[in-house]
Every structure is written in C-alpha cells, then in structure tokens.
Design a protein around this ligand. Structure first.
Ligand code: IPT
Length: 998
C-alpha cells in the first residue's frame, strides 16, 4: 500500500532555490512507496523535480502512430518543446508487441520504449508513460492483443487467465522504464490501466487487478516515480485510500465532446473543476491526465478540419485558461500529435487518419492552436508563483459588465492572476469592460489612463498584478504575459494583446527616463515612481527604463515569437524555468533550437516562406547562424538583431500517378472454379467461451478463434445438395463491409454504418441471400464470404466487449443440408505472421496480401500492365463485383533541407460502393471507403516513404457493387513545403518480398 510521508529534505532544498522558496508543509503527501528513493514528489499544489516546483505542461503522443521512428519522434518532440510542452504523455500498445499468447514480446523499432525515452531525454521532454495494459485510444481492442479475445477470463479483472496474459507484458515494460526513471531518464510517472472504474458489486476482482499492476511495477524497479490513474470523470476512482489506490489521482475532461459536425457549437465552461477536485483529493495537486486537445472522427464523419474548428485556438484559449483558473498544475492535451491509424490500428469508430484536429497536424505541420498553446505554456513556466496560487474569487463582480467572469487567484507572495472571459460561450461579439484589481497600491480599476479592456467572444485573458520578472515587477498588466527572461542583467518581459485592444501596464521604477522604440501605438511615461504603458499594440514596441525592457506585441506578432532555452544551460535538459538562459526569436514558422558558442548564436528551425528574423539576445552575440548558414544582420527599429531568412526550397515536382505504369492482378481467386482451399484453416470449433455467442450454424466461424485478428478475412463454406439460399449474420464493426458469392456468382454485399447514425450504428447485418437454382451445382458448392472489418471493439465498459466476433457470426443454409466444412483465411500465418518489423497488425488476409504483392521487390512478372492493357489502372477500375490490386513505383528526390509531407489523394464518388487498401513500401497506410468517406487525403509519412529514392505503391479496388467501380482520380500531393532544419529522416529499413515470402 502506498503511504504518504513528509520529505523534509525536500522542504530544506526548496528554500535555497532562487526561483521559489516554498516549503512543503508537514504532512504533505510527497510521493512515497516504502522507501525514501522517490525522485518525483508532489503536494497539494504541484509536482517537484529536483526540489523545484513545475507546472507539468504535457501533450499526448503515440509513437506507434508515427512508425517512421526516432527521427520523426524527435521532430514531434522538438515541436512540442518549442511550444512549451515540458512533458509528453505516451500510450504504449500491448497488441503491437504481442502477436501470440505466450510468444516473444517485441519492443523493437516503433514499439521501443528505449528509443522513445532516449529521444525525449535528448530533446528535454519529460515522459508520463501509459502502457496499459488497456489503453482505449481508438485503437483495435483498445490496445489488447487480438489473441486475448480467445482467453476465457474476464479481462480487466484478477481472473487467472487474464493475469497470466498481461503480467509478462507489464514486467517487460517495467524493465524498460526502470533505467529511465527521473532523474536518470525522462520518465516522471507511470499510469496504471486507463479510465478504470472500481469494482462493481457483482463483478469483483477489478481493484485487485489494479493493485496487482501497481505491485508489479513496484516489484520490478519502478520505485522512484509516482503511479497515476486517469479517472474518466471526477468520481474519485482509485484516489484512495483502499485497494488499487494510486499515488497521484488524475482525471480526464473532454468538454466539447466528439461531434465535429457542429464545429461552432460550444457548451459552457465548467466552473466546478476545482470544487470537484477539493471534494476528491484536496491533499494532492489537481491533474488533468487527458484534457481535450482535439477530437476523433468516425467513418462518414465531417473530417478532421471540422474537429480542428470545434477545438481550435479559441477553444484552447478559453478552456485551457479555465483549467489554470481552477489551479490545474498537470495538464496533458490529448492529442497533441495524433498520427495515423496505419496497418489495422483503428478500432471501428475511427478511420485511418488520427489527426484529431490536434495542435500538430498529421503531416506534422503546425496549426494556429499550436502557437496559442505556446503563449500559454510559456506564461505558466515564466510565472513560477502560479502553481502556488489559490482562488480568491470567481464571479462577475470585479467587472463593470455582467458578462465578464473573472477568476482571481493569488499566490502566498502576493502575485495576482485574473483570468477573465465572457461568462457565456454563446457570445461571439466583443465586450469592453473595466476591471477591479488588487495591487500593492490597493484596489485599482483598470485601465486608469484611457481606453477600456476588451474581450472578443470566446476569448480569455490573464491579467496580472504584483508580478515579478527578474528583479522588476509589473504592478499590474492588462496585456497578457508571454514570458520573461533576464539578458545582460536586463529583465525583459514580453506582453501581448490583440491589435485594437487597449492595454495598460504599470511598473514601479526609480528610473527617470523611459524610451519607446518600434511601434508608437503604445506610449510610456514615468508617473509617480512608475512607468505606465498604455495604448493599443501594433507590431512591436519596446519600452526601456532602468534595468527593465517591456516588449509589447500585438497578438498576431506574439504568436510568431519563440523563447528557446539556450542548449546546455539548464541544470537538466528538461528545465524550462525562467532562470535558464534563453533568447527571444521572432518570425520563423518554427524555431527548433538555440545554442550559443562564444559570440555565435546558432539557431535551427523551419520556414514556410522567406521570413524576417528578429532576435533579442545578449550583447555578446555578434553573429547568428540559421541552420548552419551565417546571416547578415542589422538592427531593427525596436532594437532586435534583424536578418532575412530566405526560403530555400523549390516547390517540389510530385510524380503523376496518371502517367505511371500500373501493373494489375485480380485479388479474389477464391471465387474462381477449382480454387483450392485445402491448406486453409478448417473452422471446426463448435463452441466458444466468449460472451458473444454464435447466432446460428454448427461451427464457430469467428476469424479470431482461428488466429486471424487484423484486416480482411475470408470464409468459404462447402455444401453439396439443392440449397436455395443462405442466411448470414456478418459482424465486422461499424462501417464494415462484406461481399458474398455462390461459386463464381455474386450474391451481393452489405455494409455497416457509423455510431452517429440514427439507429446507433450497424456493426453487423443479417441478410438472406437466395440462390439461382441454375447456379447450384451437383457436387461441391462454395459460399465465399469476404469481410472487411474495421477493427476489434474497445473495452471501455470492462465487459469483454473487445471479444465481439469478426467475420461470420451465424449462418444457415436454406432448403438443403448443412455446410459440410468451412474454411477460414486471414493474414498470412495468423498469429505467426512473418513480419517482425512492421508488426503483427500490418497485413490482412486478401489474396494479394497473402502472396506478398504489397511488399517491396514483389516480382509482379505475370501481372498485366497498363502499357499493353489500358484497363489496367485504378482510374479505369473493374466492371464487376470483386477485388483487384494495382501496383506502381515512383521516385522522389527531395532536397535534404526540406520537409515536404506527401499524401495520396482520392477523388471520392460517394454513390459508388468500393473499398481501397493502400500499401506503401509494404506498410498499410490507408483504408479508403468511397461510400463512407470522409478521408480522401492519406498522408504517407517520410521514412515510410522514401524521399530520396524509389517507392512501391499498391492500391486495391474492392467493388461491393455488381456494376464494378473505379477510383475517379488518384494522385500524390504535397500538403506543405517546408524549408526545414530537421536532420534527415532516411527511409526506414524494412524487409521486402525476398525476406518475408520465401
Ligand atoms: C478517453 C480515453 O482515455 C482515451 O484513450 C481516448 O479514447 C479518448 O477518450 C478519446 O479520444 S475516454 C473519455 C472520452 C471518456
């Protein structure tokens, strides 16, 4: 059992730190687990690392949704770091590491903990590790391995069969985490399970299971960091005391929900967050393990640009600031980079893209929300008093306008924070107002020197009082603080507000003189021992006096500024406190790093256009390089070092797929007369222990029962005699599809619908298919059922829902004898598939996949060619129901300094019912459904795609319609052209046909 202990050393150590001198009070619940080796501690206000308080500003990222590996992970982490994230929250996927029960666990490559932690450490990102065993995450079976569907024990309980299943995985994971526990590595916490609820009275063994996970971590070396849990709602599950209680209880919040089809409809913000927290666990910091960073989108949904709109920078502005108002000090944005559900990773409520409308988009480009978050995170790191602040009032009383809601907070040292917003999210127009703020000079109503404060609709601002920056102090500011730093003994604070809004700031000074350089839209004067700044920001104004500089930006300008810590100057690579030396850099699309070598400031970063660079740095900086090139510099009107950064990447020529040579081949020989399925698995089970029982027929035909857990499956039922038809209950998950043939005669197809459909969505259909008497032969007849599943269900309710079968759930042969035998086929080798690099989920069971036609180097020598057969092209397609595979190659030769994300683009014909699988260089990177959509743009990430060489592309057309189908148009597009300082990614090394189909 976990206990709380006072760590008095902590209290002592905290005192001699310049930044903060808060002492952990007696009895505070610093983390303790039976010895005193805890390296990560916390109390009611915040976490401590190295006895220093921090705001854990975290973002969710799933390395396995970016399988190009380390180089791309580094890019994502560098972007997160630049946006002020000091932490990443990481789910790991058990199913990807475990192909079969009792088999070897595979943590190589994109499954690697070690690689991930190493990159995070190099970049300086802390890690909250979330290995499950259950993760949800809109991934197949919620991260459970497919084989677990066959284990006859209730998952997520302490039943022996389930315990034996997960224990080796968590033990292995613990061994990977152990050496990377803070401070030796970046891991500051490990989460047990996911959104797990407590035992039901009739459903025991859950808390016991939770406890067993925690004990397993502790027994396997996880002794320095807290174990956390993310409750689905603030209901106190495992907050303690009691069995399964964790060290640090957290909860999840998705206030705008997941319906992206009404992207401007907001609810109201929750004003009870802190009250809820106080009810549950007032002794520990309030932690949002997942807070909405975007939304997933279902098949047939409105698409991720709508999700982005629903959860855009305005949402980030209002809702995240509402969290700060409620004194959150660990906030993790789910997702911060979403990535891709490649290779059958999706579960049935989502499609291939997992862009999530996140701050970093699927192609790794940066959204406006990214920059909004950057302003907030920098403010929090700069405001070291913030984590100690408590709420003093939360109502509309401080403003002269009833619709302005203010949460006032103050720190023990008297720093005030005023989080203002309109009290109704339906208001989309501007409100001008005055605000009463408590300053050391008493209560003042601001602005005092002209103008009004303003809030746009769906805008929130944080005003400050008595706010220290270095040895100076803002008596108050109605401009928001982005950050501050001390350079050459001058304290520089960066303030911002929307252009057109009035700001006012007052800074006590002994100086007699103040100068304003740059834009004169704000004025400054010395009055009664203070510098008073007032005006409306436009571009950059710099106000200089005494040992202070106040930089005032309009918000659009501020969004393009960066505040990188100088590499190698912090005590740890993770430290983002304002006492770590930094520079201010304005203009570039992205600033990756800043390093000072003597008089040279070396900046690296990315550009999306020719850019004016402004740098505020020490006077010791005499020259600046950008991605290694020396710049010619001048001084700007507001005193920055200025240079032009020329955009150095030509718009790329992307190969045309129209003009490409396509090779093609039928991929459904299973319906041809004489097809030999004798080597297929015989579906000979007549019962299953699953809760989901068959709905008819002698044999259990569930694909998973025979080891086929991912992608398309095929069942062939043989019969002799005069049957008149077949009844089929086929289950494949929401938006699944299937087609059925009697011998070589097409009987028809059916499809599921999505969870948002009026009937709640179809994940299975019941159909009766009538045979033409003439098509029933003497001797052997075969009913062939091809099923496109959309993944295994999740198990959110802990009721073994993930065991819901895929394939034929029930059947009945009509008007004749029964089927004599059923044969089942899925991915080559089932649980013993050959591809350890791409992992056990990548392939499905269509003919071309079993053959290996998607693999690099496949000898398509006997395939038809568009050179001699003009119908051999996906834009010509097929004229009957069935499946055809098309293969082509193309070369890319992008310059080393470029980041040019490429996507495969489809023109969709919603009236035509066809499905397409996309393979690039052997990796399945997309599943397109013409009928459902919405995804038509499929990013092919660099690394998986060779940007400096040859690529092999395969696409299929499966027409579910008798009249056939074609892809109206298909082509490669670049979704951005970035001049990038990222190190070369290089093509990932993965095996081809010669290695995998010997
Ligand atoms: C929360 C899950 O913890 C996470 O895995 C993911 O599924 C997320 O939702 C939605 O994307 S569950 C919460 C919505 C109740």
């Amino acid at each position: 059992m976990m206990k709380w202990l006072l760590l008095s050393a902590l209290a002592l150590a905290a005192q001699h730190l310049g930044v903060l001198s808060y002492t952990v009070p007696q009895g505070s619940p610093g983390f303790y687990h039976g010895n005193s080796s805890a390296a990560v501690t916390f109390d009611a206000h915040s976490m401590f690392l190295d006895n220093k308080r921090l705001f854990v500003f975290s973002g969710e990222f799933h390395p396995w949704r970016a399988p190009s590996g380390k180089a791309i992970w580094r890019d994502v982490f560098e972007k997160m770091k630049a946006a002020g994230f000091n932490t990443a929250s990481i789910y790991f996927h058990w199913g990807l590491s475990s192909a079969k029960e009792g088999g070897a666990l595979d943590f190589n490559f994109f499954r690697s903990h070690t690689d991930l932690y190493e990159v995070a450490k190099e970049v300086g990102i802390l890690i909250i590790s979330r290995p499950g065993p259950y993760i949800n995450a809109e991934t197949t079976a919620g991260g459970f391995p497919g084989w677990l569907t066959n284990v006859p024990a209730l998952a997520r309980t302490n039943q022996t069969g389930f315990t034996n299943a997960w224990m080796p995985y968590i033990k292995a994971v613990a061994k990977f985490i152990e050496p990377f526990q803070y401070p030796n590595g970046p891991v500051i916490a490990v989460q047990s399970e996911n959104e797990f609820f407590q035992s039901f009275p009739d459903n025991p063994g859950r808390a016991e299971y939770m406890q067993l996970i925690e004990d397993t971590y502790r027994a396997n070396g996880i002794t320095k960091i807290p174990i956390t849990h993310n409750d689905a709602h603030p209901q106190g599950a495992y907050a303690g005391p009691g069995l399964g209680a964790v060290d640090l209880y957290c909860w999840d919040e998705y206030p705008n929900g997941f319906d992206c089809s009404h992207p401007t409809v907001w609810g109201q913000v929750d004003t009870q967050l802190n009250a809820d927290h106080q009810k549950i666990d007032p002794d520990v910091m309030w932690s949002a393990a997942e807070f909405q960073g975007g939304s997933f989108d279902p098949w047939g949904g409105p698409g991720y640009d709508s999700c982005y709109q629903l959860l855009n920078e305005q949402f980030a502005n209002v809702y995240y600031k509402n969290n700060y108002a409620a004194q959150v000090t660990l906030q993790s944005l789910y997702m911060t980079y979403g990535g891709t559900n490649w290779g059958n990773l999706a579960e049935p409520t989502v499609y291939t893209s997992y862009d999530y409308g996140a701050p970093i988009r699927e192609d790794r480009t940066l959204s406006p929300k990214f920059n909004e978050i950057k302003l907030q995170s920098h403010f929090l790191h700069a405001s070291t008093d913030f984590v100690l602040s408590t709420m003093t009032s939360a109502d509309t009383s401080l403003s002269d306008k009833g619709q302005v809601f203010t949460t006032a907070l103050s720190s023990p040292s008297g720093v005030g924070f005023y989080v203002v917003r309109q009290n109704d999210n339906a208001i989309t127009t501007r409100t001008d107002f005055q605000l009463k703020m408590n300053t050391t000079a008493g209560v003042v109503t601001v602005p005092q020197f002209g103008g009004t404060n303003s809030l746009e609709g769906r805008e929130s601002k944080i005003f400050v009082t008595n706010y220290p920056f270095g040895s100076n102090k803002l008596a108050y500011s109605t401009a928001e603080v982005m950050t501050w730093t001390t350079i050459d003994k001058t304290d520089i604070v960066v303030l911002y507000a929307l252009a057109g809004h009035t700001i006012e700031a007052s800074i006590p000074t002994t100086a007699q003189k103040v100068t304003v350089s740059g834009s004169t839209s704000v004025t400054a004067k010395v009055s009664n021992g203070s510098v008073v700044i007032n005006g409306s920001p436009s571009g950059a104004s710099v106000i200089t006096f005494g040992s202070a500089k106040v930089v005032v930006f309009d918000k659009a300008t501020a969004l393009a500024w960066w505040n990188p810590r100088l590499a190698g100057t912090g005590k740890t690579p993770y430290d983002v406190a304002p006492d770590v030396p930094s520079v201010l850099v304005g203009g570039p699309y992205f600033v990756r790093s800043a390093t000072q070598h003597g008089s040279v400031l070396a900046l690296t970063g990315d550009l999306n256009a020719t850019t004016t660079l402004d740098v505020i740095a020490s006077s010791s900086v005499k020259s600046i390089t950008w991605n290694g090139k020396t710049l010619s510099v001048s001084k700007s009107a507001f005193g920055s070092i200025r240079a032009t950064l020329p955009f150095g990447v030509k718009a790329p020529t992307v190969p045309s797929l129209k003009d490409a040579t396509w090779l093609c081949e039928d991929s459904l020989p299973e319906i041809k007369d004489g097809f030999d399925d004798s080597s297929w698995v015989t579906a000979n089970k007549t019962s299953t222990p699953r809760p989901q029982q068959p709905t008819g027929g002698k044999f259990v035909l569930y694909a998973d029962e025979y080891g086929f857990h991912y992608g398309n499956t095929i069942a062939r039922g043989h019969f002799t005699g005069n049957a008149t038809g077949v009844k089929l209950n086929v289950q494949g998950g929401f938006n699944f599809g299937y087609s059925v043939w009697l011998n070589n005669k097409f009987l028809g197809s059916n499809q599921g619908t999505n969870a948002n459909a009026a009937n709640g969505g179809l994940d299975q259909t019941n159909d009766t298919w009538t045979f033409n008497t003439a098509d029933v032969r003497p001797g052997d007849n075969v009913v062939t059922v091809v099923v496109d599943t959309t993944g295994l269900n999740e198990d959110q309710g802990g009721d073994d829902f993930f065991k819901t079968p895929r394939g034929v759930r029930g059947y009945q042969l009509l008007g004749g004898p029964d089927f004599s035998v059923w044969k089942i086929q899925g991915n080559l080798g089932g649980e013993n598939g050959p591809d350890n690099t791409r992992g056990p989920l990548n392939e499905g069971g269509l003919f071309f996949e079993r053959q290996g036609a998607h693999l690099p180097g496949f000898p398509a020598t006997n395939w038809a060619s568009s050179k001699t057969d003009s119908t051999c092209s996906p834009t010509v397609g097929i004229t009957t129901a069935g499946i055809k595979a098309y293969r082509t190659t193309f070369n890319l030769n992008f310059p080393a300094n470029s980041d040019i994300p490429i996507a495969l683009k489809f023109t969709r014909t919603p009236t035509s019912s066809y499905r397409t699988i996309i393979y690039i260089n052997g990796w399945q990177f997309g599943r397109f459904s013409s009928k459902d959509g919405p995804q038509t743009l499929f990013p092919l990430p660099e690394g998986i795609l060779n940007h400096q060489g040859e690529n092999e592309l395969l696409v299929t057309i499966w027409s579910l319609d008798a009249q056939g189908a074609k892809i109206a148009d298909i082509g490669l597009v670049n979704t951005a052209t970035i001049d990038s300082g990222k190190p070369p990614v290089g093509a990932v090394s993965s095996p081809g046909f010669a290695q995998l189909r010997r």
